[in-house]
Design a protein around this ligand. Sequence first.
Ligand code: PMV
Length: 355
Amino acid sequence: MDHLTKTENSVKWQSPSNIAIVKYWGKKGIQIPMNPSISFSLSNAVTETEIVYTPKQNTEEVSLDFYFNGTRNHAFEDRFLKYLTQIKSEFKLLTQFHLSINSKNTFPHSAGIASSASSMSSMVLCLLSIEHKEKQLSKDAFLKKASYLSRLASGSACRSVYPGFSLWGKTSVLHSSSDEYAVPLSEIHPVFNDLQDSILIVNSKQKKISSSAGHLLMELHPFKEARIEQANQHATQLIKALKLGDFASFIRLCETEALSLHAMMMTSNPSYVLMEANSLKIIEKIRQFRNDSGFDLCFTLDAGPNIHLLYPKLIKEEIIKFIKAELLVYCESDNWIVDEMGNGPKKLDKQFYER
Ligand code: PMV
């Protein structure tokens, strides 16, 4: 943190991105999802955020400056200011302190990894720490609050506060589920405990249509009701598959969800296509390799052209050989990122948050 001197008045958290298996697509009201979604947190794709806070005159205004990778970033600053102004009744500190927020990602921007999930959740965790919430609340209540506030910043961010799998959105099959925050999925069969995610970068450029614009197009989408029904069924089936260790169902659900997400984009009004020719080539190769080898591997996509290749750690060596031999040719400058399921956020300053 070059431009900051470490003072007593700072906190620092690291929080991961996540990859959804059942996709959140479409929202209502204030960041309420149209359907439940299920994701797992990543390990290497994380944002580290440090907030240095200094007393200021108590005014109603939120005041902050925002640095991304050491450089002041006005676009992010505006987004954070807008969000923090919206939630200022939640935190006394927002009117008492000036905040200097310094954030950095361990992964490239626009690489098919949701950076808003990791950046927003790490910032929220810092704010909660400044108000000593981890001392005042139980661990569960602290993470629920972090998830709730992260959701208001960026929907999918609410799933990043937990290790492993989490679910966001009300579903009748899990009583603790909620539209307002994510909950951890605890009944997970060991075959899913070490899922690997190799991210094949087809195109690293900023996507043409933002996720916010995509969510909005679901409001009048001709297949809206069918999609909500499908996602609910998929969430129910995935919860069961994760519990039973049913990899075949996991593969079917994962790929159908990814293609349904993109089908929604292709059939909205106006329609748009984020997949590219090389995304389709990779999908075809993955399916062919699965048929030929009998290995448990599958793909998913976020709202972009890049492919997340998922598989258990047990077959990592074979899959890496396959990627190098058959998939890299379809990647931009042979670019791919190695990641896997992670342990959730971590407090990085001196008062460690015990998990
Ligand atoms: O959280 P947002 O508004 O960036 O939306 C994310 C939507 C998807 O990444 C496409 C799916 C998901 O559930 O993460």
